[in-house]
Design a protein around this ligand. Structure first.
Ligand code: HPA
Length: 280
């Protein structure tokens, strides 16, 4: 398939999905929250919620990962309408980054302006504890894939998007203020996106810790397409395991999910506070 054909087809798919979203939900709220591993409970805190399964939206890939429900939930958070993506497709599931980010691009096309991305990640920073929340200040896309490869979708954004400040300074300030207000400790640092699905070897950990504070398997491609489309991004990581403190213990997906459950209260409070501030 030639790149231009591919981008035509991608554009058509994004448009079809965006139209279906608008048809189902009416106008979309301006804020989207993408719930990471173990953080899907946030959607259950919404009032007057309605949901739509990914299987009912054209071209939305369904996640195969435990803990990723695969539905969009619209409802009220702190009295304000938001949309939650419960479940995301990861590149390690075997889709390319363009396909994995199609849902987000459709949502951006349908009117989302502010994207709150969350994820679970392993700590590379020795000061970080399991259960900590971290504000993502910057990212390293170590996946060797870029979802914006191929013909550019000019109606969404520019060919060469600036990436000097992918995480909104304004949103980061709000998150810091909310954290202080609510007494939620908030770490800060650089998120490295690895392809997965394997967790890191000790040699990889030694390399990666020179460059970042946490490592995960998502988020970076979503940030790239959101910035391309002119949206603002806030990134919150839940530290689900430490890669530097316990070389004698293996990392498991169950451990990642368990940490999510324990930190869910803090996460929900932080995001709720940010949503409230966005509407003041
Ligand atoms: N490495 C990569 N991705 C992850 C980890 C990790 O240790 N924990 C949760 N997601």
């Amino acid at each position: 398939m030639s790149p231009s054909l591919q981008s035509n087809e991608l554009s058509q798919r994004i448009n079809a999905a965006a139209e279906a979203l608008l048809e189902h939900f009416g106008t979309l709220p301006s804020t989207l929250i993408v719930a990471g591993s173990g953080l899907g409970g946030f959607a259950a805190t919404l009032k007057d919620a309605t949901s739509l399964g990914y299987g009912d939206i054209p071209h939305f890939p369904v996640s195969t990962v435990v803990g990723h429900a695969g539905k969009l939930v619209k409802g009220k958070c702190e009295g304000h309408e938001v949309l939650v993506m419960n479940g995301r497709k990861h590149l390690y599931e075997g889709v390319d980054s363009t396909e994995a980010t199609l849902p987000l691009r459709a949502l951006l096309k349908a009117g989302i302006k502010t994207v709150i991305l969350s994820n679970a990640a392993g700590a590379l920073n020795v000061r970080f504890d399991v259960g900590d929340l971290m504000l993502i200040t910057d990212q390293i896309n170590n996946m060797y894939r870029n979802p914006l490869m191929g013909g550019n979708l000019d109606d969404l954004g520019p060919r060469f998007p600036d990436m000097s400040e992918p995480y909104s300074r304004e949103l980061a300030t709000i998150a810091r203020e909310v954290a202080v207000e609510k007494g939620i400790p908030l770490r800060e640092g650089v998120y490295i996106a690895n392809m997965g699905p394997t967790y890191e070897t000790q040699a990889e950990v030694q390399m990666l810790r020179q460059f970042g504070d946490v490592v995960g398997m998502s988020t970076a491609p979503e940030t790239l397409v959101a910035i391309h489309a002119g949206a603002r991004v806030l990134g919150i990581t839940l530290v689900s395991n430490s890669l530097v403190r316990r070389t004698d213990v293996v990392t498991t997906h169950d451990e990642v999910m368990e940490a999510g459950k324990e930190a869910a209260g803090k996460f929900n409070e932080l995001v709720g506070g940010v949503v409230r501030r966005l509407h003041q």
